[in-house]
Design a binder for this molecule. Structure first.
Ligand code: ZN
Length: 194
């Protein structure tokens, strides 16, 4: 079982370009010196497996019968965690805006369910999965995530993040990086400074 410390997780995610350093315009319009693009982890399947084992290592004595994740972000890491645990995996998705288990996915009554997500901020989607699990008669054991971006959460289950990463942002008008003439990148841009 691989045990990864938070600095090790941060370093691995930076190496995978899942966490970028530079000068970014976020979707909110605010500027930041950090950007999280967690999907980049998927370019390295061995890293996904390693992170999944690290998540399993954080579970301690908690018993898990099933892993559930919200599409799209949670699917790959959720699958990898289920594989590491040797349990089944299901994912939820939105149908006309409502989070639901489609494709015949079911939560057995009484199943102890670990909800897995890549990045959790307020955890809106995670909260919906937690409620779906409860409505189906399952028991949400905990929420595991690669990154907790901080702030209050909209779910009432224990959060087990591999990394806590508070990404600071500020108004463009008061941006020191702009004042220093550091090139600004919008998310998705290829030209990023490390
Ligand atoms: Zn700026």
């Amino acid at each position: 079982m691989s045990r990864m410390t938070e600095p090790e997780v941060l370093s691995a995610l930076e190496d995978a370009h899942a966490i970028l350093a530079g000068h970014f315009r976020l979707t909110s319009g605010r500027h930041s010196d950090r950007y999280v693009q967690c999907a980049r982890v998927l370019e390295d399947p061995a890293l996904v497996t390693k992170l999944a084992h690290a998540i399993v290592g954080r579970l301690g004595e908690r018993r898990v019968d099933l892993v559930a994740a919200p599409a799209v972000g949670g699917i790959m890491i959720g699958f990898a965690v289920a594989q590491a645990l040797g349990v089944k995996f299901i994912f939820s998705e939105r149908e006309k805006g409502v989070m639901t288990f489609r494709r015949g996915f079911e939560v057995p009554k009484g199943a102890r369910v670990l909800v897995v997500e890549d990045v959790v901020t307020t955890g809106g989607s995670v909260a919906e999965v937690v409620e779906l699990v409860r409505c189906a008669g399952g028991v949400p054991v905990a929420v595991a995530a690669l990154i907790d971006r901080g702030g209050p959460k909209s779910f009432d289950v224990e959060l087990l993040p591999l990394l806590r990463l508070q990404v600071e942002s500020w108004e463009a008008e008061s941006c020191g990086l702009c004042a220093s003439g550091v090139p600004l990148y919008a998310p998705g841009s290829r030209a990023l400074t490390k």
